[in-house]
Design a protein around this ligand. Sequence first.
Ligand code: SF4
Length: 82
Amino acid sequence: PMIARADLPKVDENDPQAKAMGYVGDTTKADKTKFPKHTVAQKCNNCQLFQGKASDAQGPCPLFSGKSVAANGWCSAYMKKA
Ligand code: SF4
């Protein structure tokens, strides 16, 4: 489906859902204590759930319906793209 990516508001890190997921707009800011398996190589744009193109700065993610996540962002549902 066509999604107007540029029009989607960015996920706010302080949204309750974002906080619950440990979402950050910059993967280097992920909480290392809560998420010891996180590495800075893990980012939204190499996550299986990222719906943007690899070159997009922001893209949709089904976990944040109607919003866009940062290409360099991260959350605890991260799954490396196969
Ligand atoms: Fe980013 Fe993947 Fe989490 Fe969505 S599921 S916010 S694309 S790390």
